[in-house]
Design a protein around this ligand. Structure first.
Ligand code: GLN
Length: 232
């Protein structure tokens, strides 16, 4: 298998817009913590890949149906997903959090969502969390396929709040998207690189070895600090 795989170009799917993990820069290049890590890991381990920015849910579906070899998309390692996928070692801590318009003083807690609408992204941990509390707090849920739509929806007043990963909400706020986080983050899975269960041990091993090497060399810190500053 070793020799046969040597010239293989892996297809890796990712999200379209999930800053600071993946997004297009001003020149249209895909950048972000995930993509910089993947690039450095592939260089370190000597494998080739082609990136497919499909959107989060589409990327997960593409992996499940065998159309791509792996997913790196700020994908949370969860027990449920572990039934279908094998994950690399985790490379970033996350967990969903509620975001609201910075001008909105009415939503301070989940209780304040009663009778209101909340925006989530299809197939995400944030969506699963919102589902898990919606009956208790009496709100309804509307789903969107990408992260920018969540912000637009809340800005336009269609939804009172949105649920999304803490590092992404915090980054958006730091970039001036006009949102705020009234509550602390919820417990959630850390991010991992995913392959189909039992099907790509070799790629997973290269990812893990490369990741460990980047942590050792300081390159991991350099990449993350490049997006989040030294205080991440
Ligand atoms: N971390 C979340 C999940 O895995 C969201 C990922 C994303 O939107 N790219 O469900």
């Amino acid at each position: 298998a070793q020799a046969a795989e040597a010239n293989k170009t892996y297809t890796i799917a990712t999200d379209t817009t999930f800053p600071p993990f993946e997004y297009q820069d001003a020149s249209g290049n895909y950048v972000g913590i995930d993509l910089d890590l993947l690039k450095a890991i592939a260089e370190d381990q000597g494998f080739k890949y082609r990136l497919q920015p499909l959107g989060f849910n589409a990327a997960v579906q593409a992996l499940q149906s065998g159309n791509v070899d792996g997913v790196i998309a700020g994908m949370s390692i969860t027990d449920e997903r572990k039934q279908t996928f094998d994950f690399s070692d985790s490379y970033f801590e996350s967990g969903p959090i509620m975001g609201v318009d910075a001008k909105n003083t009415a939503i301070m807690s989940y209780e304040d969502l009663r009778g209101l609408r909340v925006a989530v992204k299809t197939g995400t941990e944030g969506a699963t969390f919102a589902e898990s509390i919606k009956d208790q707090y009496g709100f309804s849920i509307v789903t969107f396929d990408d992260s920018p739509q969540l912000i637009e929806e809340v800005k336009a007043g269609g939804s009172a709040a949105y649920f999304e990963d803490y590092p992404v909400v915090a980054y958006g706020i730091a970039q001036g998207n006009g949102m705020k986080m009234p509550l602390p983050k919820e417990k959630g899975g850390s991010y991992g690189f995913a392959v189909n269960k039992g099907q790509d041990a070799e790629l997973l091993k290269m990812f893990n070895t490369g990741l460990a090497n980047l942590k050792e060399s300081g390159k991991y810190n350099e990449i993350v600090a490049g997006y989040l500053g030294e205080s991440f």
